[in-house]
Structure formats: structure tokens, C-alpha cells
Design a binder for this molecule. Structure first.
Ligand code: NAP
Length: 473
């Protein structure tokens, strides 16, 4: 009822504007829903992007300030020029980026989102220095942390920035956090004159930027996807804060949705890696986990021709892709292999672990790029009950996500992590270059299993030879 009264008192243009914001929020939700499945993800992107464009257009045309003035032609032209420049740069980057460099790009884009939110908060403060409000200061802090933290994450993923593992950093970061809170309280309640308060706000900006760096520096490079997801949710929260400053519902709703989706993704990734968020942030991972069990059995290899025969005379084959598939860029040849086996009447499926590779949905994206039909991709929970009926499990560049230590070895860092039950298949073929460890840096007993045969070599090269071998049979 109140909302109706409010809408009736608004000018018609304002009413259209408010409805366009509501519509945009609905489009974001539809977009998110569609993005949750690979088959509909592209459509989801389209819906979310349209949900972004709609309020931009209506705001440019219909937005009025307190005196009823619009944005003004000069401003509109300036805004359109800037949007066009951003669109061109973004489109070129997205087209050029290699699939393996996707996490870096996401991180870079996230940094720009954080910077934009921090800039909004700072500009609003400069416009009204007498009126420092909590949401403005939080927008500045969260946006700055998201910006500098994402830039460091980008540098780490791109191999330009190294890790600084030190427990001291945990304490340094706690001190940073405490100082930031104190400065916020001083700005709000310290009773300072406008100039001193402005200095404090600039100090807050610098502190937050430095904190973003020191927060991400000690986190291991391979943990970056979790951190990026966390920073992404921070960017959403910063955007929502900026929305509160402008009293813009589209920004508030969009920001909250990004914040919530980012938080859920962060927690889901932690769960799939069997780690707590605190453990990701504070502890470094990998590089020799303390496993208590001794390796039993020996490594046995298989020749290409034996592998070709085994696969051709199987009924059910499951390909389990992992990070090595991405490194080798073996997705296209994997699809050729599955089609070839399919033409011989073999049922071939792909088993998808939620954290296989180095970013959420990594395997889905790679296999979609190679046009593997979505029906062939089966989630871990759905394929595991069927694994005992599988004739051959082909593990392509995967390691941790098939390591039975997750079940058997309470001393292992991955103990309790859900895995794909490759060890239950009747035969297991492992394709990897050598005895290199995975992300967790631990031994994998699956390689020593009696049913396992190793096919050493780069995944793409090995599979190319395997395909020729099967064809020549
Ligand atoms: P992984 O445990 O990192 O193992 C990858 C394996 O691929 C390595 O053992 C390596 O062995 C092999 N490899 C590398 N290059 C290869 C090539 N060119 N050809 C063939 N093999 C190659 O990978 P995963 O099983 O996919 O597990 C992912 C890990 O990353 C999990 O521990 C997960 O928790 C973690 N993680 C995932 C995410 C995510 O969002 N997906 C985020 C953060 C962390 P060789 O060196 O012997 O070849």
C-alpha cells in the first residue's frame, strides 16, 4: 500500500525508472538461475547482461535529481563514450583470452568492479565532505580491498607475483583490520573538523588498499579461485553500498545478488575441497601434506595398443578429466576419442568433479568448448553409484579428485573430501606426464592399485596416439 502511494506521488518518468529497476533485478535472478546449468549458461549470461543494460539506459534517459533536472547532454555523451571504451576493451580481452587464463581475467574484471565502487564512495564523500555515512565508508573500504586484493590475485595467477607464506602476516592482517575499524569510528564519531575528517578518509583509502594486498599475499596461488570468489562477493557488497549512497535500487539489488552468489560459491568450493574458509585464508596448502599411510603395490604401465583393445571391447567407459586436461588442452582430442568409441558401441560418459581443474566449472567450460554434448557430462554424485559397473575409467590429468586417500587416510590433507570413485571401476587407465603430484601435493594410491595402468605422456599427445591406434585396429 505504502509502495503504491509512493509510486503515485512520483513523476511518470520516475515510476518507469523504478519499474525498470525491478525488472532488471528479476532479469538478474533469471540469469543466475540459467547460469547454474552448462546447457543454459549462455542464455543466463545474456539475461544478466540485459538486466545490466536496461537500468543503464533508463537511468540515462529518466533519472532526475531533487530539482527535477536530468543528467544533461554533455554528461550523457561522456558516459556513453566511457561505456563504449570499456565495452571495446572488455570484448577484445574476452575474445583473446585463453581458456587457461580465464581465472586471471575474472580477477582483473573483479578488480575494476571494486575500484568503481570505491570511486563512487570517494566521489560522494568529496562532494559532501561534511556528511560521512557508514555505508559510504564501508563502500570505500570494501571496494578498495576488492580492487587491490583482486589485482594481487591476478598477478599471482599470471605468475607475476609470488607468495609470502608467513604466520606473521595473519597478525599483520588482524592489526590492519582493527586499525580500519578504528579509523571508521573516528571519522563517524570523532568530532573532527571537515579537513581532518577528509584526511582520515584518504588514510582509510590507503589502509584498505594496503590491506587488500597483505590479505591476498600469503594465500597460495592455487587457492586463488576461492579468494577470487570471496573478493567477488566483496565487490557485490561494495556495489550494494554504492547503491545505498545513490539510493539506487538496481545497484542495491544487483550488488546483493553478486554478494550472495559469490558467498555461496566460495562456501561450496571450500566444501568440495573439504576445507574451511578460515583455513584457505590463513593456512597455506599443498607441498607435502602429512600422509601417514605407506604406499603399497607398484606402478604398472600399459601400451597404447593394449589400451586401444581394452577400450574398444568395453561397454562402459568413463573419462575423468582434471587440471592436466586443461594444461594439455586435450579437450578436443578427448571428444574425438569419445566419439570414436561411441561409434563402436561403447557408452562413454565424463565424470565431473566440482573442483577438478583450477576454477569452478573448469571442466564443463573446456568440454563445452570442444562441443561434448551436455548429456555426456555427469556430476560426481550421479556417476559414483555407477562406477562399479564401469569397464574402464580413464583419468586424464586428474589426481586429487580421484585420490582414495580422501576415504582411507585420516592423516591426509584431503581426508573427507568427496572424490570420483575411479578405484571402483573394473580397469583404470591414468594419463599423466610422470609421477607429478596434484594441487594438494600428496601421493595418490590409485596409481599403485592392482587395477591401474599408467599411460605416461602429455594428455593431448597420448590421446592423439590412442585415437590413431584405435582407428588402425
Ligand atoms: P590436480 O590434483 O592438480 O592434478 C593434476 C595432474 O595433472 C597432476 O598430477 C599432473 O601430473 C597432471 N598433468 C599436468 N599437466 C599435464 C599434461 N600436460 N598432461 C597430462 N597430465 C598433466 O588436478 P585435479 O585432480 O583436477 O584436482 C584439482 C585440485 O585443485 C583439487 O585439489 C582442488 O581442491 C584444487 N582446486 C580446485 C579449484 C577449482 O575451483 N576447480 C580451486 C582451487 C583449488 P604430471 O605432472 O605427472 O603430469
Amino acid at each position: 500500500m505504502n509502495a503504491m502511494i509512493l509510486l503515485n506521488t512520483l513523476m511518470p518518468g520516475q515510476v518507469v525508472l523504478e519499474y525498470s529497476y525491478l525488472l532488471s533485478a528479476i532479469m538478474f535472478v533469471i540469469g543466475l538461475k540459467l547460469q547454474s546449468h552448462p546447457e543454459t549458461a549462455r542464455k543466463g549470461n545474456f539475461w544478466a547482461a540485459s538486466g545490466m543494460i536496461l537500468p543503464m539506459i533508463t537511468t540515462l534517459i529518466l533519472n532526475r535529481n531533487g530539482e527535477g533536472e536530468g543528467i544533461g547532454l554533455v554528461n550523457v555523451i561522456a558516459i556513453l563514450l566511457i561505456i563504449s571504451a570499456g565495452t571495446v576493451v572488455g570484448a577484445i580481452m574476452a575474445r583473446k583470452v585463453k581458456m587457461t587464463a580465464m581465472p586471471q581475467m575474472v580477477s582483473f574484471f573483479n578488480a575494476t568492479g571494486g575500484a568503481a565502487s570505491a570511486a563512487v564512495a570517494l566521489i560522494e564523500y568529496i562532494k559532501n565532505p561534511g556528511q560521512a555515512v557508514l555505508v559510504g565508508l564501508l563502500g570505500l573500504v570494501v571496494g578498495s580491498i576488492a580492487f587491490s586484493g583482486s589485482m594481487i590475485a591476478y598477478g599471482k595467477l599470471d605468475g607475476k607475483v609470488g607468495d609470502i607464506f608467513s604466520k606473521v602476516m595473519t597478525y599483520v592482517n588482524l592489526i590492519f583490520m582493527a586499525v580500519i575499524v578504528i579509523v571508521i569510528l573516528l571519522v563517524l564519531f570523532g568530532g573532527f573538523d571537515v579537513q581532518s575528517r577528509t584526511y582520515l578518509v584518504y588514510g582509510l583509502l590507503v589502509l584498505s588498499l594496503v590491506y587488500g594486498v597483505s590479505f591476498v599475499m600469503p594465500i597460495g596461488g592455487a587457492d586463488m579461485p576461492v579468494v577470487i570468489s570471496l573478493l567477488n562477493s566483496l565487490t557485490g557488497i561494495a556495489a550494494a553500498m554504492a547503491g545505498f549512497i545513490y539510493q539506487n535500487e538496481a545497484m542495491i539489488l544487483g550488488g546483493i545478488l553478486v554478494g550472495a552468489a559469490g558467498t555461496i560459491l566460495t562456501l561450496q568450493m571450500c566444501k568440495a575441497m573439504n576445507r574451511s574458509l578460515i583455513n584457505v585464508i590463513i593456512g597455506s596448502f599443498g607441498g607435502g601434506g602429512a600422509s601417514h599411510a605407506d604406499v603399497q603395490g607398484s606402478i604398472k604401465e600399459i601400451t597404447l595398443s593394449d589400451a586401444a583393445v581394452l577400450l574398444s571391447y568395453s561397454q562402459k567407459v568413463v573419462i575423468i578429466p582434471g587440471y592436466g586436461l586443461a594444461v594439455a588442452q586435450a579437450q578436443h582430442i578427448a571428444h574425438e576419442l569419445d566419439s570414436l568409441l561411441g561409434s563402436k558401441g561403447v557408452e562413454v560418459k565424463y565424470a565431473i568433479h566440482p573442483v577438478a581443474g583450477r576454477m569452478p566449472g573448469h571442466m564443463n567450460v573446456l568440454l563445452a568448448e570442444a562441443d561434448v554434448p551436455y548429456e555426456q557430462l555427469v556430476e560426481m554424485d550421479d556417476i559414483n553409484p555407477d562406477m562399479p559397473n564401469v569397464d574402464v575409467a580413464i583419468v586424464v590429468g586428474a589426481n586429487d579428485v580421484v585420490n582414495p586417500a580422501a576415504y582411507d587416510d585420516p592423516g591426509s590433507p584431503i581426508y573427507g573430501m568427496p572424490i570420483i570413485d575411479a578405484h571402483l571401476a573394473k580397469n583404470i587407465i591414468i594419463m599423466k606426464r610422470g609421477m607429478g603430484k596434484g594441487y594438494a601435493g600428496i601421493e595418490n594410491f590409485l596409481f599403485f592399485n592392482d587395477k591401474t595402468r599408467m599411460l605416461f605422456g602429455d594428455a593431448k599427445g597420448t590421446m592423439t596416439k590412442l585415437v590413431s591406434e584405435i582407428k588402425s585396429m
